[in-house]
Design a protein around this ligand. Structure first.
Ligand SMILES: Nc1ncnc2c1ncn2[C@@H]1O[C@H](COP(=O)(O)OP(=O)(O)O)[C@@H](O)[C@H]1O
Ligand SMILES: [Mg+2]
Length: 609
């Protein structure tokens, strides 16, 4: 019993502090409020004018009713009062238009700017972040969460200012008519304030769950659609649909739990408003009969009470909107405050790496979250212009080494040098822009082939594009397509074969014209003969460049100046092909296996000439 009590208070504390830290994320919006101060001031001025004009109407009604009661009213006089009310209605309409333009416009500015900031920020983050965070989560932030921030900073702020001003003004007018009646009328309201406060702390947690589930849904759709081939090949359409439906149900359930909270807030505030009205009718009615106030006063009082009930009801809604906005904002801030683990030293100079000489000294590396080293004490010297081959079984650490050379993960000082510069002492871009990297997993954009080849060099001419495509042995296949280089390749190149995608990726790298070219198993999906032929045909491009080719096949590396053999994160041997075949058991066994299993015998002997 005591244990459960202690537990409960603990969870309340953590919820409160969670909520508090959420409210702190408002600082993300501060600059916008500052920058658009004038716009906001104009908007709120129009808003307050609308309220004031609305507050005038009951006064006019009061005079009309009092005239009627005294028997002094004339049709002409009443007509005049009616006209005032219409004029006021026009003015209200005009000002309402203005505040909507200004304040809701502000919330749209915030939304788009926050979205742009988020996108730019995401582009600065590294592999480590994207391994932890799913694309679906990020997409949910950019859609659902941003729109709840937009709603809170637009309609939420309006409703809040409106409610406070209108509530206070109506309260003032009511006091002016009769203080005693006012105190009686607003008697039940503290109950409402208490209720709103209590329920709104619930809103936070529940709304967070809703948004998180939406992230899960989004990610599921994305990953299913992006691997639609696999889903179909494995007949998993129904199964995936079922899982999606289950996730959808959880989403609805979370939403219903949330609706339960604010669903109670609205009826209760409405009920309390009506209780106030009842009190006014009973006590105000008596005062009118006894002559303490006029009939006009009572009518005006009731109208003010109406004007005040809306702000009261709005408070519940505003609390909900703010709570959602702040919850979403803190989700966004969590991403915005992620610092790339790979960051540049301040004032790291940009240097131009022209020789392409690479030195690796005693480099060990462990992937974040892993317990075993993926690389152990790697030492390498690659003089500028060398063709280095890397072979090794899957998992040997070849891709890890390439990623480290391409500066995709952070490395300690004194481990990797380009042209004699420690990579940590120069800007990240100096290194990256020295390397044309063809990663193991080819990435293509859902655009044209020409766009994909010229991705790193948008200014390239079509002749240049065709030339590199020719070198990568893909030109003929592209030319045979009805739209040639303008063929759109569908999402992630879904319309192309694996080998075609890889050759496009190689053409893209060739076009970059950089001192170092690094191909990580970039031709695994083409047959051995083609692979060898491509390595040969790009040889003229590789002339004078440092060239690192990772392959799980030996044939294409036959021309390499040196080949290193990797096993379990270590370099176990290195030397030219002829020597390795003679002395390295592992190397000669895969060589024999690849040559004797019947495929590509010729190309291998060809490579040995
Ligand atoms: N992103 C990653 N996160 C965690 N571990 C990884 C990651 N990438 C590779 N590894 C691990 O590092 C080791 C080397 O992998 P990798 O460099 O991809 O080898 P190769 O390219 O030679 O097949 C493997 O044990 C693998 O499990
Ligand atoms: Mg690999």
């Amino acid at each position: 019993m005591r244990g459960s009590l202690a537990q409960r208070s603990l969870s309340t504390v953590s919820r409160d502090s969670d909520e508090e830290s959420s409210w702190r994320s408002i600082r993300l919006l501060k600059p916008y409020f500052r920058r658009h101060l004038l716009r906001l001031a104009g908007g709120f001025l129009a808003l307050v004018l609308v309220d004031l004009l609305q507050l005038f109407v009951p006064r006019i009604i009061k005079y009309a009713v009092d005239l009627l009661q005294k028997g002094a009213a004339t049709p002409r006089g009443l007509m005049q009062y009616g006209l005032y009310i219409i004029l006021i209605a026009f003015a209200i309409g005009g000002f309402r238009f203005i505040w909507r333009q200004l304040i809701l416009g502000f919330s749209r500015i915030v939304e788009i700017d926050l979205r742009n900031r988020m996108f730019s920020h995401l582009l600065t983050l590294d592999k480590a972040f994207f391994q932890k965070t799913t694309t679906g989560e990020v997409m949910a932030l950019a859609t659902n969460d941003l729109s709840s921030v937009q709603l809170a900073s637009g309609m939420g702020v309006v409703a809040f200012v409106d409610a406070v001003f209108m509530g206070l003004a109506a309260f003032g007018f009511m006091l002016y008519i009769n203080p005693l009646l006012t105190v009686i009328a607003v008697g039940p309201m503290p109950v409402l304030a208490f209720l709103t406060r209590t329920l709104s702390s619930r809103l936070h947690g529940r709304f967070k769950k809703v948004q998180e589930q939406f992230s899960v849904l989004t990610e599921f759709v994305r990953s299913t659609l992006s691997s639609i081939r696999l889903v179909k090949a494995y007949n998993q359409e129904e199964h995936q649909a079922l899982r999606f439906a289950q996730m959808g149900e959880t989403y609805v359930r979370n939403n219903l739990k949330l609706a339960l909270v604010y669903g109670t807030l609205f009826p209760i505030s409405g009920f309390i408003g009506n209780c106030c009205m009842l009190l006014v009718l009973v006590f105000g009615g008596r005062m009118t009969i006894s002559g303490a106030i006029t009939a006009g006063d009572l009518v005006a009082f009731i109208t003010y009470l109406f004007l005040m009930t809306w702000p009261m009801m709005a408070m519940g809604w505003v609390a909900d909107l703010f709570q959602r906005g702040v919850t979403s904002l803190s989700r966004i801030e969590a991403v915005m405050s992620v610092k790339p683990s790979l960051s540049e030293r301040e004032a790291a100079p940009s240097v131009s790496i022209s020789r392409g000489e690479i030195r690796v000294r005693d480099l060990s590396f462990m992937h974040p979250g892993q317990v075993e080293l993926s690389l152990k004490g790697i030492d390498l010297h690659i003089p500028g212009g060398m063709f280095l081959g890397i072979v090794g079984r899957t998992g040997a650490g070849k891709t890890t080494l390439c990623n480290l050379l391409a500066r995709l993960f952070a490395v300690p000082d004194g481990r990797i040098f380009f042209d004699g510069f420690d990579v940590n002492s120069i800007s990240i871009n100096s290194v990256r822009s020295a390397i044309a990297y063809v990663p193991q997993d080819v990435v293509l954009f859902s655009d044209t082939i020409a766009f994909n080849i010229a991705f790193g060099t948008p200014e390239a001419s079509i002749e240049e594009i065709e030339k590199v495509a020719g070198a990568a042995a893909i030109h003929d296949e592209i030319a045979a397509m009805p739209q040639g280089y303008e063929t759109r390749i569908g999402e992630k190149g879904i319309k192309l074969s694996g080998g075609q995608r890889q050759r496009i990726a190689i053409a893209r790298a060739l076009l970059l014209n950089r001192p170092v070219i690094m191909i990580d198993d970039g031709l695994s999906a083409v047959d051995m003969e083609t692979e060898h032929a491509i390595i040969r045909s790009i040889a003229s491009y590789l002339e004078g460049r440092t060239c690192i080719v990772v392959s799980h096949r030996i044939a294409p590396l036959a021309d390499a100046n040196e080949i290193v053999v990797m096993e379990k994160g270590q370099i176990v041997d290195h030397g030219p092909h002829n020597e390795l075949v003679e002395r390295n058991a592992f190397y000669s066994s895969i060589y024999r296996h690849q040559t004797s299993s019947g495929y590509g015998e010729d190309s291998v002997t060809g490579g040995e000439q």
